[in-house]
Write a protein that binds this ligand. Structure first.
Ligand code: S3P
Length: 173
């Protein structure tokens, strides 16, 4: 591939960033970074623990600090981001600076099917996760779409199709 920068996957929880990033990383031969996993490694505790002990704002600051630390990196990565990372304007600016931003867009119903029963996402531990997902997708739409260079609608695609689509579209960038 000719692109010079990182490939960054953004999107809501359960949109397939983690699975897609693993395959994409093999496909384009670029090492993988997952911001959630990096923050858990640095903090030596889970995201649920961070939310429970320090709250969401503290976690958001950790995301900003981590993204900042990538600006000076020389290697080319595939970067999977936490679903809320593009919410801060300064993070969106940094992501754009870091590389080609790919938004994996997913319908609320698809997200719900994927994440129901999952207890590792503190923001979806509620009575009615589907309604919550719908509301959050509406409120985050502008942040995701304004940050993206490329948008891939993933509902009807399998991971291999998504990866090939990303590779093709990145070549045009
Ligand atoms: C969040 C998404 C999660 C994780 C945290 C908050 C969000 O990452 O960063 O639970 O606000 O959308 P995934 O998108 O990888 O689930």
């Amino acid at each position: 591939m000719k692109h010079k920068k990182h490939i960054i996957l953004i999107g809501y929880m359960g949109c397939g960033k983690s699975t897609t990033s693993v395959k994409l990383s093999y496909r384009v031969k670029q090492s993988l970074i997952d911001t959630d996993k990096e923050i858990e490694r640095i903090e030596k505790r889970t995201i649920s623990d961070i939310f429970a002990t320090d709250g969401e704002e503290a976690f958001r600051q950790m995301e900003t600090d981590y993204i900042k630390s990538l600006i000076s990196s020389k290697a080319k990565y595939v970067i999977a981001t936490g679903g809320g990372l593009p919410l801060r304007a300064e993070n969106r600016e940094m992501l754009k600076q870091l590389g080609v931003v790919v938004y994996l867009r997913t319908k609320p119903e698809t997200v719900y099917e994927r994440i129901k029963g999952d207890t590792t996402r503190p923001l979806l531990q509620c009575e009615d996760p589907l309604t919550r997902i719908r509301e959050m997708l509406v409120s985050r739409k502008e942040a995701y779409e304004s940050c993206a260079d490329i948008i891939v609608d993933t509902d009807d695609l399998d991971v291999s199709d998504i990866v090939e689509k990303i590779v093709t579209l990145c070549k045009e960038h």
